[in-house]
Design a protein around this ligand. Sequence first.
Ligand code: S3P
Length: 435
Amino acid sequence: MSDWLVAPAEAVSEPLRISVPGDKSISHRALLFNTLAVLESGGRAQVSGLLEAEDVMRTLQACRQLGASVEQTGQGWALGGGERTSHALEIDCGNSGTTARLLLGALSGLGRSATLHGDASLSRRPMARVIAPLTAMGATFVTGERATLPLTIGAGALRGIDWTSTVASAQVKSAVLLAGLRAEGTTRYTEPTPSRDHTERMLGRMGAQLEVRGTTSTVTARPLEPVDVAVPGDISSAAFWLVAAAVLGRSVTVEGVGLNPTRTGCLDALVAMGADVRLDPGEGSGGEPAGAVTVHAGGRLRGTLISGALIPRLIDEIPVLAVAAAFAEGETVIRDAAELRVKESDRIAVVVDGLRAMGVEADATSDGMRIFGRGGRGPRAAELHSQGDHRIAMAFAIAGLACGMQVREVECVNTSYPGFLATLKRLSPRSRIAL
Ligand code: S3P
């Protein structure tokens, strides 16, 4: 296991231009949905800009197990029909909640018997939220008492349902819609507030009979057609550099990043904190809006309230926004974010502990946290364990750019952002890895 020794960033003033790897959510979907399409309708699809990180490779491996051929080409990845398999599958989802939850829906729809496995973190995460609607559709599951991985999906015919979810989760929504693609009748899914809509956009491009009205999506069975996808950059990865810019008072532009409004809550939060954020929308990519985002060198950050419908639009960026809050003037309150407790780690507990280690006053609440920013009085260098959570490791490495940091066990970063350290070193050349 290795650590990062993050040194404070060099005080240079020229603007920095950064590009980030492909969007993780869109990458999973481009592989899995095209697999369903090529197995059903034949044809081929080309995916460029795919995030080549561990989580997405789990989905890629599952697509191969389902019978798709997925090969690297000069332009990216090519998917084709391969050989459709029918034996019971053993699928290792690793650390990837998106792989597990999307597969639960897709495999139920295919009537395919399979057992899903995960690492220690994924095996603690709740699956009942997906199993409940799929069971109501007629799918069968064998699970332990806590309805977590490992779990086995049985073969069975599905019927449509009208389901209202209490959590705003794109993974649950996607699982139900994927199952609905193969169910008899109509499947209607309503969520409390809008979660990311990459599934609806991509399925729409693939010819699915799908209608979205407000927070309700309705789908009726119809075969999918494969579609080429150019994956835009991941705004969740871009957020690290945008927060770094805001905290350090440097100008940073991230190019070619996805700007889907269901994902841009972190930009709204940074604006509310007083950052100077500018968008330069481009042509879009893979059926998604995309462009460049710049945070200009500006004044001091101030505390803010992050709550309500904003939460699903920035759920994965909360650890790094909490770091921004630590360097802001005044109090930041994050609420309605109980979901953070069941991410790759309990992100409420881990973030609050990390901030306290840096000398920042912070309190955990049941559904969020309060952070009393130290502004100019500066949080101090500390040692932080990633708890195997990629976004925790990267968020506290960004804190290190301002005050120095030792981040322990950083291998987990490969789940979503393998090149993170190389970009970090552009801001802080003295930062290094310690084995
Ligand atoms: C994701 C949805 C979100 C997000 C995760 C990716 C997706 O999870 O936190 O990183 O690709 O659908 P939930 O659906 O659990 O909110």
